[in-house]
Structure formats: C-alpha cells, structure tokens
Design a protein around this ligand. Structure first.
Ligand code: ADP
Ligand code: MG
Length: 293
C-alpha cells in the first residue's frame, strides 16, 4: 500500500496559490494532514480524490496513475468531503442502500447485508429508520463515513471530520476511524492538533500551500525539544514581547497571558523551559510557513 504525491501545485483562477510543490509518500495506516484554515488541505484532498486537477505534479496509488486513471482510483476510494449533505427526509438505511447501489453492489441480499453491517459499525443501527434531517452533527459524520466505507476502499480520505463535533462525538468518531485505519491508507485532514496526536503515527503540516513538516508526531516534538520557553506577561506588555521575541502562542490562563516563545537559548531570565508538545510544533511551523510565503 503506497500513495505517492509528487510536486503537486495548484493556483486557482482568482490567483490564489493553494498548493505549492507538495510531495508526500504515505503507507498503510492513519496519516494526519494538519494545517490552519486556508492552508490547502481540501484542495489537496479533492485532488487526490480525482475531483479536480492540479497544474503540476503526479499522484500514484499502488501502481495506478491517479490523475490519468481516475476510474481505477475511484473504485478503491472512500471520500468524506468537508461539506456534504443528505436528503433530510430520507432515513439512514435508505441513504446507505442508495449509495451501495451506486457503488455497484447490485444484488439485493448482498446490499442488505453490507448496509446492516456498516450501520452497526458506525453505531447507527438503532436509528436506521429515522430521518437524517434530525441527526446531530456526529451522527451525520458517522453516516458519511459509512457511505465512504462502501465497497471496501483501500484509500480513505476524510476532510475535517471532527470540526464542530462535541467532545464525546469527536471521540467516538476518532475511535471509529482508528479501527478502520489499520490495513488501508487513511488520510485525515484537520486543523485540530489533538486529532493527529491521538491517532496518527505519521503526519504532515501544511501552511500557505507548502509542506512545512513531515514525519511522526514524536519526531516533530523531538525536533523542537529544549527550544520552547514560557512566561506569564501582563496584558499591557504583550505588544512589547511580540516585537522582541518569536512568540508561537499566547494562551490565557486564569485571565493572564502565558506566552510560548521559540528560541535556541533561554530568551531571558523570566522564561522557563517547556516540555514541548505537538501544539508548539504546529504553531511554530505555521508561523514560519506564513513568514516564508
Ligand atoms: P483548507 O482546506 O486547508 O482550509 P482550501 O484548500 O480550502 O484550504 O483553500 C486553500 C486556498 O485556496 C484558500 O485561500 C482558499 O480561499 C482558496 N480556494 C479554495 N477553493 C477555491 C476555489 N474553488 N476557487 C478559488 N480559490 C479557492
Ligand atoms: Mg478545508
């Protein structure tokens, strides 16, 4: 199992360069694609899913030339877009049955069995007869993943599936993904650092259309270990610190700003070292990425 993305670039007609020479190789398991809004994640996901063409570059999946053999890729693909909708008046079972027919599962008995098993896997079996217009965000996402799983895909792409879910639904959704993820290639795009930290052995960070990191979350953390410092500042001092130091994040703790600063050496007496976390890597990388762009 290998997805190889080489030199993908895309500029939209309005002039926005959404992707700038993205190259990545992914194997089996969960891969986290992390980046802020506007980084180019959905553009890359849609390109891999054969829904739009890049200006440059190539994509190969297990010997399939994705940009040329779109139908071959689609047979093996399960894609959950960032935005999607179902007919609100249909129930979950009918919707899945409909998409199963479209996927080519034409035998009624086989289809019924497939639909039942996916409803159970996504924990929607009890509500299979309810209209999806009344579903919560988490239930809709689970139905979306059930649709994406039809036909046993080898490549699964889920674009920001946890945005807007409450913590319990998010947890349930991530658990579901991790069960699926072991024997296929799964790409999880997200702007939520915790999604990647909890789930993905391999990851990449993109910012302003460029790849700024690829590796494991632990490698990312190790690379900045010893270079993150923190201090509490007064709100009135914040502007001065911003101009004097490479601030990667500001968080209020009990109403007072706690800043994290990136520095090879201790930046000043009042700073203490921080055990670095994936959040620090992320904020540091996207900060640098936006300065380079
Ligand atoms: P992300 O999913 O990481 O938020 P997107 O791929 O949606 O990023 O967008 C990347 C950039 O491309 C943004 O600046 C966005 O406004 C722009 N963009 C996305 N889709 C289009 C489009 N169809 N036409 C023009 N610009 C677009
Ligand atoms: Mg997006």
């Amino acid at each position: 199992m290998e997805l190889r993305i080489q030199g993908i670039s895309k500029t939209y007609p309005g002039g926005v360069q959404a992707l700038n020479g993205i190259s990545l190789t992914l194997g089996k398991g969960m891969f986290g694609l992390l980046g802020p809004n506007g980084a180019g994640k959905s553009t890359l996901m849609r390109t891999i899913a054969t829904l739009q063409d890049p200006d440059e570059g190539s994509i190969h999946f297990n010997g399939i030339d994705v940009l040329r053999e779109k139908r071959e890729l689609r047979k093996r693909l399960g894609y959950l877009p960032q935005e999607f909708g179902f007919y609100p008046n249909l129930n979950a079972e009918l919707i899945l049955d409909h998409f199963a027919t479209l996927k080519g599962i034409v035998k009624a008995g086989e289809r019924k069995e497939t639909v039942r098993s996916l409803l159970q896997q996504t924990n929607l079996y009890e509500v299979r007869g309810k209209r999806v217009g009344g579903f919560s965000g988490g239930m809709k996402q689970r139905l979306g993943i059930a649709v994406a799983l039809l036909g046993n895909p080898e490549l699964i792409i889920v674009d920001e599936p946890t945005a807007g879910l409450d913590p319990i639904e998010r947890n349930r959704f991530l658990n579901l993904l991790s069960e699926i993820g072991e024997n296929v290639v799964v790409i999880l795009s997200t702007h939520i650092v915790a999604d990647v930290r909890e789930l993905c052995p391999q990851m990449a960070i993109i910012a302003a259309g460029r790849l700024v990191f690829t590796g494991s979350p632990q490698e990312a953390i190790d690379a900045i270990q010893g270079k993150i410092w923190k201090t509490v500042v007064a709100k009135t001092e914040l502007a001065r610190f911003q101009s004097d130091f490479d601030i990667i994040s500001t968080r209020l703790v009990a109403g007072r700003p706690v800043i994290h600063v990136f520095s090879e050496q201790q930046p000043g007496e009042q700073f203490s070292p921080v055990e670095s976390e994936l959040e620090d890597v992320y904020f540091h990388q996207i900060h640098q990425g936006s300065e380079a762009a």
